[in-house]
Design a protein around this ligand. Structure first.
Ligand code: NFS
Length: 661
């Protein structure tokens, strides 16, 4: 029998092998054992009331199958889709709410451990919100910004979310025409749950339009608010060099991992781990120091801003514990496998839940509280230090790690193309118009243990840059690129097509730009809007030679993201099977109908070669419709220029000064 490979990165694979030898079960084993329910997996199961669950299956199910109430298969599939969008939207947006509340507390002088780090970004945001900032005290501006954002969660009397107007005019017009400009985040989520309740909304297209409205509340609401406030509080990212993979853990230091999504506590831990008292305390326990690492999206947040190394994405959380080197792992919300407490019992690792919303059996709970943020952070670090002496030699002790360059914010990319005062997107637009860059792909989403380790992220990343497609990446997609070692300019430039390489070398950016966590997909929206405003390409987001790809998605959050990109005008391709595959009508709405109305779409395509083909086809068709120069492979730049020391120094130099974006 052919041996099953689980992970695309050899380091992860070695730990999986170690776990098999030691009979420790991981998500990879469970994914193999637990086959998906064939009815639920394609969206044909309805369990919104207790007359069911109803299975809408059989020959001609699309036309003939009915639930007890008479619901058809397209109704059921569309409702299932809307509920996924609503759940994903709530997750990002509840995270955003926490950020807004903290900004308000800072402005009111109630959260002393936090401060406004990036005043320039605060003013920029105030400008978007038409809030006066010239000559006013910073805290007053911050308070107004926070209060204005709070309205976006619960505006009760119609209206539109604040950031809808950051979209190009034409994109906004399309939304208005189809009635999908969100009023407020909570309102759309509540309405989504109401509509999908037994006996309410039954028309698939109507249900899915509300899906887009809810998703837009996520993208242009929750995600964008979260990104902006995180930048205001902790700094707008600019390129940094860090490391990725399991080799980031140190044998002779206390290893503390922050895993989850909200950056508030993680930022406090970043601050306190360098306090002399804590380092001295670690030394009394025999450790040489304190080593902080990240996991999942929290990792991306602190990697982008402080070069804290990352142990990787979603499927690395159990494997990280099996190195035997993690003394404590804090977890807050989202994408935390409850299995980690079970695995941690076999090692010495302490799992600490920190969010009031989320507890796990078997974990210690130390609740984060913004008014005493650093005290909580110190308490957690002490737990990790105290546990250092319990470390044994047990574990797989992997030592490999890779350098990564991350930290490409919208503002930094703009700055790279003209400096602080004349930053623009002109060079990028020109390069696309001239065919040096064929198009742009957002490579995002999760890593999924059900996906056999074909290295989808790696395959798509290398093929796309080879085809002169610039990549912007976020979330665990970025982590997958980083832990596989190709988030370095050297590696990526070596594989990039000549046109893309030439442009990247001229602007000083690598061909794969790590933009941050999943909420930072909002940076892609604003970059696309800026490119539309710059002129020469499409005057709206729709019609750009741009595609979104999430090859290994698994979370409902990914579905919400895919839908807000589709509504914004970006064709999106998800890997794996469609969660609503059972209904041809729903599939048609999400692809053809949405494309006609919004110039975006949501496809599901399990075959990676076909994903690539479809993406390039969308890009080429968009180029043709915009009457851009036909892309000709290999036309530009004949010589293969690898990153030399001088160029590398340039990038490092660029990464150093804080440009106060
Ligand atoms: Ni995104 Fe981040 Fe990763 Fe997927 Fe989960 S960590 S918010 S949902 S698994 S990319």
């Amino acid at each position: 029998m052919e041996k099953r490979v689980h992970s695309a990165t050899p380091e992860a694979e070695r730990i999986v092998e170690w776990s098999e030898e030691h009979k420790i079960e991981t998500c990879f084993d469970r994914a193999e054992k637990l086959k998906p329910c064939p009815i639920g997996k394609e969206g044909a199961c309805c369990k919104v009331c207790h007359m069911g669950p109803c299975r809408l299956v059989g020959k001609n199910a699309e036309e003939e199958a009915r639930g007890v109430c008479g619901a058809t298969l397209p109704t059921v599939a569309a409702r299932n889709m809307l509920r996924m969008i609503a759940a994903g939207t709530s997750a990002h947006s509840d995270h955003a709410r926490g950020m807004v509340e903290t900004l308000l507390a800072v402005a009111n002088g109630e959260a002393k451990d936090f401060k406004i780090t990036d005043v320039r970004k605060l003013y920029r945001v105030a400008g978007y919100l038409s809030i006066e900032f010239e000559g006013r005290p910073v805290n007053d501006v911050a308070r107004d910004v926070a209060l204005r954002f709070l309205e976006d969660f619960g505006r009760q009397r119609g209206g539109e979310i604040n950031y809808a107007t950051r979209a190009p005019k034409k994109t906004l017009e399309r939304w208005r025409k189809w009635g999908i400009v969100p009023r407020s985040i909570d309102r759309e989520v509540v309405e989504a749950m109401h509509r999908t309740n037994i006996g309410v909304d039954h028309e698939p297209d109507h249900i899915l339009l509300h899906g887009l409205k809810t998703a837009l509340a996520d993208g242009w609401g929750g995600c964008m608010i979260s990104t902006d406030i995180t930048d205001i509080l902790f700094g707008t990212p600019q390129p940094v060099k860090a490391e990725a993979s399991f080799g980031i853990f140190k044998e002779d230091e206390v290893n503390l991992v922050v895993h989850g999504h909200e950056p508030l506590l993680a930022e406090m831990i970043v601050d306190v781990v360098s306090e002399p008292e804590l380092i001295a305390y670690a030394k009394t326990k025999g450790a040489k120091g304190i080593n902080l690492g990240g996991m999942c999206c929290t990792a991306n947040e602190i990697l982008m801003r402080h070069s804290i190394p990352t142990a990787g994405g979603f499927t690395n959380q159990e494997l990280g514990i099996m190195t035997g080197l993690i003394d404590a792992m804090t977890v807050d919300v989202q994408c935390i496998m409850p299995a980690i407490t079970e695995i941690s019992k076999k090692f010495h690792t302490k799992i600490i839940t920190t969010n009031y919303r989320a507890k796990i059996q078997g974990a210690e709970h130390i609740e984060f509280e913004e008014h005493h943020a650093k005290d909580v952070a110190r308490k957690i670090v002490r737990v990790a230090i105290d546990n250092f002496q319990n470390r044994t030699t047990k574990g797989s002790h992997i030592t490999d790690k890779f350098p990564v360059i991350a930290g490409f914010s919208h503002e930094y990319i703009e700055y790279m193309q003209g400096g602080r005062w004349r930053g623009s997107f002109r060079p990028l637009n020109d390069a696309i118009m001239a065919g040096r860059i064929r198009g742009v792909v957002g490579l995002a989403g999760c890593d999924n243990p059900r996906v056999p380790a074909t290295g989808l992220h790696k395959f798509l990343a290398t093929e796309l840059i080879k085809n002169d497609v610039l990549i912007v990446s976020t979330g665990c997609g970025s982590a997958a690129c980083g832990t596989a070692g190709y988030l370095t300019p050297e590696m990526a430039l070596e594989n990039a097509g000549p046109g893309l390489r030439e442009v990247c070398e001229a602007i000083g950016i690598p061909p794969i730009l790590h933009l941050g966590a999943c909420v930072d997909n909002s940076r892609i929206l604003t970059i696309a809007s800026a490119m539309a405003a710059e002129g020469g390409l499409s005057d709206e987001i729709g019609g750009m030679p741009a595609v979104g790809i999430a090859p290994e998605w698994m979370s409902e959050k990914a579905i919400a993201i895919g839908c807000y990109f589709a509504a914004s005008g970006v064709p999106v391709i998800f890997g794996g099977e469609s969660p609503v595959e059972a209904s041809t009508e729903v599939t048609k709405i999400m692809t053809e109908v949405w494309f006609e109305r919004f110039r975006g779409a949501l496809h599901f395509e399990p075959d990676p070669e076909k994903i690539l083909e479809l993406a390039l086809d969308y890009i080429d068709k968009a180029r043709a419709a915009l009457k851009l120069k036909k892309y000709e492979p290999g036309k530009f730049g004949t010589e293969k220029v690898l990153m030399d020391m001088a160029a590398r120094r340039e990038i490092e130099k660029a990464a150093k000064p804080h440009i106060g974006l």
